[in-house]
Design a protein around this ligand. Sequence first.
Ligand code: ZN
Length: 576
Amino acid sequence: MVAESFVIRNGTIADGIKDTPFVADVLVEDGCITKVGPNIRSNAKPIDAEGLLVTPGWIDIHTHYDGQLTWDPFLRPSCWHGVTTAITGNCGVGFAPVRPDGQKLLVEMMESTEDIPAKCLEEAIAWDWESFPEYMSSISEGNYAMDIGVQVPHAALRFYVMGERGARNEPARPEESAEMARLVAEGIRNGALGFSFSRTKAHTYLDGWQPGTLSGIEELKPIATAIAQEGGAPIMFSPRGVTGLYPEERDEEVRLAAELSRISHGPVMMCLIQHSHEPDEWKKILNEFEAASSTGAEVYAQVTGRSIVTLGGFSTKFNPFMHGKDWPSLAALPNKEIAQKVSSDKDLRNRLIRDAESTRHIWQSRKFFEEKTYPLIPLGETSPQYEPSESVAAIAERTRKAPIEIMLEVLCSHNGSGLLNYPHYNYADRNLNAVFEMLQHPNSRLGLSDAGAHLETLADASLFTFMMTHWSRDRENGIPLSSVVKMMTSEPAEIFGLNDRGRIAPGYRADINVIDYSNLEVGIPWLEHDVPGGGSRLLQKPEGYIHTFVSGVETFSEGKATGDLPGRLIRRESNL
Ligand SMILES: [Zn+2]
């Protein structure tokens, strides 16, 4: 694998910085962009990009690929969606530092908070490390389809330093906080990109909350101070009340973010979503962020580009028919056969509907899926609809059928691969207008794809393609292409101090997408049974990425892997 020289000719360049795309050539030599301009004279191999869009590779700052990178070096599906840098270790969870007797707990935690099967992780992870630097050197031996950055995760750190008391969320003693701070500094000195923690009580673990949920400024202050002494690095966290629960505990969170930023001399990102308990609260929080930044804190809401959903299908984790008496005999069949059986056997269909009507289990109940659910791909169409206007209930009313009948029709559609889309967050107004405003707020940054997590319930690694198709191309009230490209390239690069990427400009790394923009499609999610330990995951493959380069090496050509894996662990360069 040698980075060849090549020149991308006549593409329309959205360079990650300028407000208007422009037509030019891009010369790439030794893995770097060396020239951008019209009619570059060069004998290097030409790549014709006339009529195509040329962008920097996407940077996904919120993934949970910590486990997957040990068994899937391509990091599917992100590799298909133009992502050339993925950052793991988010939300406080990860696999280092760890003592041999603590591995099980970290695996269970990843299963309970991020929905990644413990069986898979047990089978895949080599555990040839204890400290965070050892973990980094272990993964630095791997070759990947994209670059990987890691953050020091607080929950693992807390358990490492405090043992059972840390796992039970007991307060840290001063010497324990100091030890955690020392280890975070050590991680950052060795190239960790940042530090993450979680205070949301939505992240439960065994009979309690994720380790670190109750940690406040006393415990985090020494860590932030240590980060400052290392020259500053970003901190990200999932705040208390992010999902709308515990409203009385939410007020502290922006103040905590601002204080940590002041102490650490770096940016602090806090996840922000719209929840239906208080659908306008996000506005208040963004105002607070704005006020905090006017006093010198560098604070951002980490937001996403669409609703956060549970997908329900014949083979996903949840669907409204899985408590019926007939389900066990259907569950193991391919989706296509389930759909055929349901459409040819009227009694079976009626029994499934009747049993679903009486299911009480909340996640699998008719009520859960009926109330706010939308078909992901409207009946009769072929592309996903992430801003749907017609719910299952509305279709039922229009067609004078029962909602549960519509749900069964949706699941049977597309040869049994139809999906119900239940938006938990960012859809309280039944549209994405709140997301539209969140995305464009100066104090927000795009993240939260959760790529690599919640394997059987969501498929949001496709967020990056969706940003292009929905927000910059298709939506009536959309966002300019150049702004969308910035959100996915130069902005995340800047926040993580990755000064070598995120722009199409001389001196930058040749992480490049060449895209057939007008024919770009997000693709339809499907369940693939390829997870170690016998598990499944939702994958989604787009159309329209013509070339993806990482460090000047082509990783994907028209959707096909070239087989080259130029991605490496990247290390933070000290500002000291
Ligand atoms: Zn997360």
